[in-house]
Design a protein around this ligand. Structure first.
Ligand code: PGA
Length: 252
């Protein structure tokens, strides 16, 4: 069992002003001490204002994406240093939308994971199969191929600075979440795989579930023995709804 991590992935939503209003509202809901990690992933354009509001609070923030080089001629990209400079502690790596809509392959994801770790931040490595792959019985092979490509050059000393999010592609943004037993079984197998790779430290890596997590199904996922939190897209856009989901992470 790893630490519990609940994260809001806003994707390409919210202006800086809307982001400020959101985090101010979220801060009103959140107690000064949290029993789990709570993260928001705003667009890069809102990171500065989110950092201003959340600095010194129990809520962390991260970037949805970052380039693998520290600087250079990469028009339109942002680097790990640049987001770290704004106090970001996490970076999403290998989200299915980056893989499928922007053509990020395993080598790109691996380079990003390395650069996030080198910059002293925590990569949230997203893995997951398509519906076709699940129906074909290939879900586990796809997930292990993504994990091994992204983590093959990472030593066990970095294991305490990793988060893995299992997000079946067909569950993302569709309103059709995985069956909790399937999420549990995949999270369990991912944990065993991480333990084999990193030893006992690997067993402590948080394994989140993501894909159509809503207030009405959050309990079913967050109380599973091997699921250590959630990565929430659509339902995280409203601070109250996101906080309701996060409250399901409190151990009972
Ligand atoms: P969703 O997105 O909650 O809207 O399905 C999850 C994600 O993309 O991380």
């Amino acid at each position: 069992m790893g630490r519990t991590v609940v994260a809001a992935n806003w994707k390409m939503h919210k202006t800086a002003g809307e982001a400020r209003t959101y985090v101010e509202k979220l801060l009103e809901l959140v107690p000064s001490r949290l029993e789990f990690e709570l993260i928001v992933f705003p667009s890069a354009t809102a990171l500065y204002v989110v950092a201003q509001v959340l600095r010194g609070s129990p809520i962390a923030w991260g970037a949805q994406n970052a380039h693998w080089e520290t600087q250079g001629a990469y028009t339109g990209e942002i680097s790990v240093n640049q987001v770290a400079d704004l106090g970001a502690a996490y970076v999403l790596c290998g989200h299915s939308e980056r893989r499928h809509l922007f053509g990020e392959d395993d080598a790109t994801v691996a380079a990003k994971v390395r650069s996030v770790l080198a910059g002293g931040l925590v990569p949230v490595l997203c893995v997951g199969e398509t519906l076709e792959q699940r129906r074909g019985g290939d879900a586990w092979d796809v997930v292990t191929a993504q994990l091994s490509a992204a983590l093959k050059d990472i030593g066990p000393d970095a294991a305490d600075r990793l988060v893995v999010a299992y997000e079946p592609v067909w569950a993302i943004g569709t309103g059709v979440a995985a069956q909790p037993e399937d999420a549990q079984s995949m999270a369990h197998d991912i944990r065993s795989w991480l333990t084999e790779l990193f030893g006992s430290e690997g067993a402590e890596i948080p394994v989140q579930y993501g894909g159509s997590v809503k207030p009405n199904n959050a309990d079913a996922f967050l109380q599973l023995p091997d699921v250590d939190g959630a990565l929430v897209g659509g339902a995280s856009l409203d601070p109250k709804e996101f906080w309701t989901i996060a409250c399901s992470a409190v151990p009972r």
